[in-house]
Structures are given as structure tokens and as C-alpha cells.
Design a protein around this ligand. Structure first.
Ligand SMILES: [Zn+2]
Length: 332
């Protein structure tokens, strides 16, 4: 048993309470390799932003669970080395699919877990979430639950269509499960193809797809039912056109990739939405930078020469999100 406190990590409780009061959101950046982790820690340390290092079950298997525990401990030490005296870093399991997965993460140093029972019938979602909460709270680990279904694909999580969260269920769910935060579905979506072209309109000037707006009425109704309760948005990458263009320019093929416009996320961050998940944008930045180097320098075969620029581009992306979208800079 490794307790996250011994690794220098923190849970989400205090940072969420501060974020709701302060009208900003905490970035939850997914990672699965060293360069991503370096970029996240550097961007957070240099902007003094609390940060959630987020790992899916797939990413945990990819990285190796033992190595991951030391990576998290290393992230805290690296942040201090960068001059961040009291780093506020969370290690969070994204989309935990069972009690066993969540328990295994809690037992190996995670400070926060998500149990995603959103595909289950309502009562089963409650029972599973409650079981995870009871275990997690013994170790002061915070738990995120989910109500409503997001469309899109993310590792093992895939759904054809979304179902908005039903505001009339949230009080009962939060009370009976004891969860610390709640992921809701208001029209965000996993992956780099968040919407089908037929769901969008086209900007006549640029020819680019404009996605349908988020259901802020559903968010407002949830906040009215659960005043001050931490709300989480998944699937909130913006799919920056510059990265998509770069990928396509250098031999990639991502036609009509589309994300959530940043103005909408900025608006959400000012509400009780206190955690915004960003994964695809960093994947796109990484891929764009690697493709560019390999296309321009076909003789290059030192991974540092293409992973280094990828790391730089991700760091720039993370800082942009922290400062210009979430508003979490200077909050830690
Ligand atoms: Zn998600």
C-alpha cells in the first residue's frame, strides 16, 4: 500500500472548493509518456497552476503501474526543482471501470479516482460508485462519478450517442453515493471527432465546421440542484485547427476533426465546473510536431530530435489552456 500523501500529491477537495469560489477550473491533462508529463509539470510550475495528472486504465497499463507511481513522485520533485515550493499535483484515474481498478490505483498512490458507472442502469451506478467512495474515503482519496453519457471514443470508453445528464437525478445521486465531484454530459464528447459534419454548420468564410453549442441550460439546472458542488467536464479538447492543418500538411489524414470552442469552455470554467479534461489536444500537438520534423528531416532518427519539439509544443498548449481558457494560473 502506497499512500499518495507520501508521494507529495494532494487530493481534489480543497482545490475544487477554491476553484468554484474563484470562478476558474483546474486542468486535467491526460498523459502516457515522459515528454507529456515533463510538459505538464513545467507548464503548471511556471504558471503556478494546480494540476490534475490524469491516467486512463489503458495509459496505466501502457506506462506500467509501478513505474507510474515513481513518475508521480518524480513529478512532484521536478516541480519543486522548477521553483514551485508547494506543488498542488493530483494523480487521478480517468474512467475507472470497476471497483478493482479503482482500489488498485488507490493502493498504489493515486490521490483521486473516477468510477464511471454511467453506462450502467441508475441504481447499479449508485451501488458501484458508493462502494468505491467508501473504500477511497478511508484513505482520503477523492472520487469523481458520472451521470449521463458522452458520445465519442476514449480508450475503452465508446458511445455512439450522448445522453444529457438529467438534473432531477443529481441530488439523489450525489447524496446516496457520497461522491466528491460529478462528471455531467452537456454536449461535450470524447476524441478529435466530437461531432459529425451533419451535426455542425459550416463557417462560410473558412469552410470549417462549427459545432453545436453546449447545453448550458442543463449545466444551470444541475448547479441549481447542487449549489457549490464540483462539476466536471470530460471531452473538452478544442481540436485546434492549426495542429490539424499541420498534421494534414505533413502526411496525416484528419478530415473534419472538430472540438469544443474555447469561448464555451471559458464560460463553463467560470461556473461550478471546476475540472476540465483535455486529452486530444495534446495528442494532436505531439503528432503534429513529430510529423513536421520527420517530414522536413527524413534522415533524422534520434527520438529526442522529434519528441523534444513535440514536448515544446505541448508545453505551449498547456500554458495556453491554463492562462487563456481555464484561468487557473497563479492559483497554487
Ligand atoms: Zn472522459
Amino acid at each position: 500500500m502506497v499512500n499518495y500523501k507520501d508521494l507529495g500529491l494532494v487530493n481534489t477537495r480543497e482545490m475544487f472548493a477554491k476553484a468554484i469560489k474563484g470562478g476558474y477550473a483546474i486542468p486535467a491533462f491526460n498523459f502516457n509518456n515522459m515528454e507529456q508529463l515533463q510538459a505538464i509539470v513545467k507548464a503548471s510550475a511556471e504558471t503556478k497552476s494546480p494540476v490534475i495528472l490524469q491516467v486512463s486504465k489503458g495509459a496505466r497499463n501502457y506506462a506500467n503501474a509501478t513505474l507510474l507511481r515513481y513518475l508521480a513522485e518524480g513529478a512532484v520533485a521536478y516541480a519543486k526543482e522548477l521553483g514551485w515550493e508547494k506543488p498542488e499535483i493530483v494523480l487521478h484515474l480517468d474512467h475507472g471501470d470497476s471497483f478493482e481498478t479503482c482500489k488498485s490505483c488507490i493502493d498504489t498512490g493515486f490521490s483521486s479516482v473516477m468510477i464511471d458507472g454511467s453506462a450502467l442502469p441508475y441504481e447499479e451506478n449508485i451501488a458501484l460508485t458508493k462502494k468505491v467512495v467508501e473504500y477511497a474515503h478511508q484513505f482520503d482519496v477523492t472520487v469523481e462519478a458520472e451521470l449521463g453519457v458522452l458520445a465519442g471514443v476514449e480508450d475503452e470508453v465508446a458511445s455512439e450517442e450522448s445522453h444529457y445528464t438529467k438534473p432531477e437525478e443529481v441530488i439523489d445521486f450525489a447524496t446516496r453515493t457520497g461522491c466528491d465531484s460529478l462528471a455531467i454530459s452537456i454536449g461535450t464528447s470524447h476524441g478529435a471527432y466530437k461531432f459529425k459534419p451533419e451535426q455542425c454548420t459550416r463557417d462560410p468564410k473558412t469552410g470549417r465546421l462549427v459545432p453545436p453549442p453546449l447545453a448550458f441550460d442543463v449545466l444551470d439546472a444541475v448547479m441549481e440542484k447542487l449549489p457549490g458542488f464540483p462539476i466536471v467536464l470530460h471531452g473538452s479538447s478544442s481540436v485546434p485547427q492549426e495542429y490539424v492543418d499541420m498534421i494534414n500538411q505533413y502526411g496525416g489524414k484528419l478530415p473534419d476533426a472538430v472540438g469544443i470552442p474555447e469561448e464555451q469552455l471559458r464560460k463553463a470554467a467560470k461556473s461550478a465546473v471546476c475540472k476540465i479534461n483535455i486529452d486530444s489536444d495534446s495528442r494532436l500537438a505531439f503528432t503534429a510536431a513529430v510529423r513536421k520534423v520527420l517530414a522536413e528531416k527524413p534522415a533524422e532518427f534520434d527520438p529526442r530530435k522529434y519528441c523534444g519539439p513535440a514536448r515544446d509544443l505541448m508545453e505551449e498548449l498547456y500554458k495556453h489552456k491554463i492562462i487563456n481558457v481555464l484561468g487557473s494560473d497563479g492559483k497554487a
